[in-house]
Design a protein around this ligand. Structure first.
Ligand code: THG
Length: 284
């Protein structure tokens, strides 16, 4: 099972026996005053710099979310995509809950992007899946439906089935779907991590699709978030995800360690290369 995404010049392949693909999460104004202010002022250099920093830190793909209260996301997302394309050459993950914004970005995107996201909600399936098909994109399916995010793994697995079935009916191939099991903060929901790991294992076994996960949610409200996020990333890779939405600079070493242990990094080439790079930049 291989999910391919691309920019004009680069292809990234997500798959079980390959190195885990890391999607940089930092182009997202949630909780970032500076980025919000820059977007309000139409200053895109902050965005471009964030893109470059993440790619230099080893991001394979960049998530682009510009949803900011009071701003027109439809024009902003396509503008942001063009600005980022001018700065870095990695494929992009278009992150918006607004289908019009997704479509405006799809119109200007060159290559095969990842759409983030469709959910199991009827409105979302009906509006987003045709876009995936029309623009030949890949898509992240969130295991959430009209009743919200289920607390148990059984209903999450059922929603994953629903999304895959519906997508295939639309003529979208299973390779082009990544399922995201969604994580609550473990500080608020003690079972959160466990439920996600169980759901990942079941969805992988039953559907064979590739899986992704946003890892930073697990640690909201807790100290030493980097430690928790890294532990979560290692466990998620062990359970079967092949792609993660993360703060790449902070958790890449843990992901590379997991890949090496699981036979996804022959002779530890990537692990050793990353160690040398960090050593040179005095982080070790
Ligand atoms: N799944 C999918 N997409 C997603 C998520 C997911 N997109 C959004 C989100 N979750 C992933 N992105 C982020 C981005 C930032 C943070 C967490 C997840 C974050 N920000 C800090 C905060 O709010 O405290 C601020 C960061 C800073 O200032 O440095 O933690 O799960 N498919």
């Amino acid at each position: 099972m291989e999910t391919k995404v691309s920019s004009l010049t680069k292809e990234v392949i997500i798959g079980d026996h390959r190195p885990t693909v890391l999607i940089g999460e930092r182009i997202n104004p949630t909780g970032k005053k500076k980025l919000q202010e820059a977007l309000r002022a139409g200053r895109f250099e902050v965005l471009r710099k964030e893109a470059l920093t993440q790619v230099e830190a080893g991001a394979d793909v960049l998530d682009v979310n510009v949803a900011t209260f009071g701003l027109d996301e439809v024009s902003l997302l396509s503008q942001a995509v063009q600005e980022i394309n001018g700065e870095v050459d990695v494929p992009l993950c278009l992150d918006s809950a607004n289908p019009e914004a997704l479509e405006s970005a799809l119109k200007v995107y060159k290559g095969k992007p990842l759409i983030n996201s469709v959910t199991g909600e009827e409105r979302s399936l009906a509006r987003v899946l045709p876009l995936v098909r029309e623009y030949g994109a890949a898509v992240i399916g969130l295991v959430q439906d009209d009743e919200g995010i289920p607390k148990d793994e059984g209903r999450r697995v059922a929603i994953a089935h629903k999304i895959v079935e519906r997508a295939e009916k639309f003529g979208i191939s299973r390779e082009d779907i990544l399922i995201d099991c969604l994580t609550f903060a473990v500080g608020a929901q003690p079972n959160s991590g466990l439920v996600v790991m169980e759901a990942i294992r079941k969805i992988k076994a039953e559907l064979g699709v590739n899986l992704t996960l946003g890892a930073s949610n697990i640690s909201f409200g807790l100290p030493d978030r980097q430690l928790l996020n890294s532990a979560f990333v290692v466990m998620a890779i062990g359970a079967g995800v092949s792609c993660l939405i993360v703060d790449v600079e902070k958790v890449r070493p843990a992901a590379l360690a997991a890949d090496l242990i699981l036979g996804r990094d022959k002779y530890g080439r990537r692990y050793i290369e990353d160690y040398r790079k960090r050593k040179r930049s005095q982080n070790l």
